[in-house]
Design a protein around this ligand. Structure first.
Ligand code: FES
Ligand SMILES: [Fe+2]
Length: 414
């Protein structure tokens, strides 16, 4: 561990949250979790070059079906294994043919003398990999022979529903701008009033620009959730929408069924939403991150995802562009994701930018504190929030994203 990763909790500042390279405090913290690096469908029969937490890596599946995540540059003289040949036992460098297995063992060096044991001295960088629910996770932390359990996140576990994995998204700004946006519910009523949220029953009534819901951030054992409420039709009831943030970089949103699939909220409110919409963010470096999105639907509609896709396709920016408008992100109003990119992609790095936080920023303030504490725990060698102990390996991890009507006061349960 490098010296600056040993900073105590009190010394961890918001500026640390934006930097994920090897040896940084947040980089050390991130490496304590399993991170999504690709999807089962994306990894085909050629090597996939990736950058994860600033490290250049290559992902491949050998012909026996084992997946490896190893250093991109060959241990011999550095050529890229992204151009290597995949074989039964591993990946072979194109330059001088060194063969590496998924654990980084060097099995062959064709140009060395017969019988040479030199290959046994070479250990190439490699990280453990697991597949779950169509996603590929890697663990880049310490103790790689005995990593923590890969949490069984509920949308990745088959429970009789339908699963959809969305196309991978790449963004060119800092991961934390995206993450903390989910702890900031008021932006939905303001920024997204032009798009999916603002133009049907749920958007107009719940996320009204002129009558915003109340909200409270609530710390949980996985991170925090932001619970938004409005009065229900009886004095004991309230209408609830929830966004959850699981450490280190997971977001789950409960209202996809109402907002994007345009299911009539009035019909569904009593039973609540049936769609778990979960996003796994993986920082590539401090200026780029990747979003892996999974939907798990347990409702009755067999065509739910086809309908969702059709509705999303209609959510395009509707602004007319003037011929003298050269702004980078135009047009944006009318598409939720583009609206988010405009605002998050122009903030600059947390720690570098000047801010004036108000009471509506209390979710963001709580999230930053929880992440700083987790970074501090990792720096001290403890178990940060969201890393499961081995005895809880079999539990299904649910991030609460309840959206519907329920009794008042029940929203504070964890
Ligand atoms: S550089 Fe890879 S085998 Fe020589
Ligand atoms: Fe948003």
């Amino acid at each position: 561990m490098k010296a600056n990763a040993r900073k105590s909790e009190l010394e961890i500042t918001n500026a640390d949250l934006a930097h994920v390279g090897l040896g940084t405090p947040a980089g050390t913290w991130f490496r304590r979790y399993w991170l999504v690096v690709s999807t089962t469908s994306e990894l085909r029969d050629i090597p996939l070059g990736l950058k994860i937490l600033g490290e250049e890596l290559v992902l491949f599946r050998d012909l026996k079906g084992n997946i490896g995540l190893v250093g991109l540059h060959c241990s011999h003289r550095g050529s890229s294994l992204e151009y290597g040949d995949i074989e039964d036992k591993g990946i072979r460098c194109p330059y001088h043919g060194w063969l590496f297995d998924v654990s980084g063992n060097c099995l062959e060096q064709p140009a060395e003398p017969k019988g040479s044991a030199f290959h046994q001295k070479v250990k190439h960088l490699s990280y453990p990999v697991r597949e779950l629910g169509g996603l590929i996770f890697a663990y880049m932390g310490p103790d790689r022979d005995n990593p923590p359990p890969l949490p069984k996140y509920s949308p990745l576990i088959d429970r009789g529903g339908q699963r959809q994995i969305e196309p991978i998204r790449h963004n060119d700004y800092n991961w934390f701008n995206f993450y903390e946006n989910s702890a900031d519910p008021t932006h939905i009523c303001v920024l997204h009033r032009h798009s999916g949220y603002g133009e049907q029953t749920w958007g107009d009534q719940f996320f009204s620009y002129h009558d915003m819901p109340e909200f409270e951030p609530v710390e949980t054992d996985y991170g925090l959730k932001v619970v938004m409420t409005k009065p229900g039709s009886t004095p004991e009831s309230e209408v609830v929408d929830t966004m959850s943030l699981g450490l280190p970089s997971i977001i789950q949103i409960g209202d996809t069924e109402f907002v994007h699939a345009k299911v009539d909220a009035a019909k569904l409110l009593k039973e609540g939403s049936h769609c778990e919409h979960i996003l796994f963010l993986t920082p590539n470096d401090d200026e780029h991150f990747t979003i892996f999105t999974v939907n798990y639907y347990t409702g009755l509609d067999p065509d739910f995802f086809a309908k969702l896709e059709r509705m999303r396709a209609t959510e395009v920016p509707r602004e007319k562009i003037r011929e003298y408008d050269h702004r980078k992100y135009m047009p944006y109003k009318g598409n939720v994701r583009q609206e988010d990119i405009v605002t998050q992609g122009t903030q600059g790095l947390l720690g570098d930018r000047e801010e004036h936080l108000g009471s509506a920023d209390r979710g963001v303030i709580m999230l930053r504190r929880i992440v700083r504490e987790a970074i501090g725990a990792a720096a001290r060698g403890g178990r940060p929030k969201g890393v499961l102990p081995h005895e809880r390996a079999d539990e299904i991890v649910h991030l609460d994203c309840f959206t519907g009507v329920r009794l008042k006061g029940s929203v504070r349960e964890r």
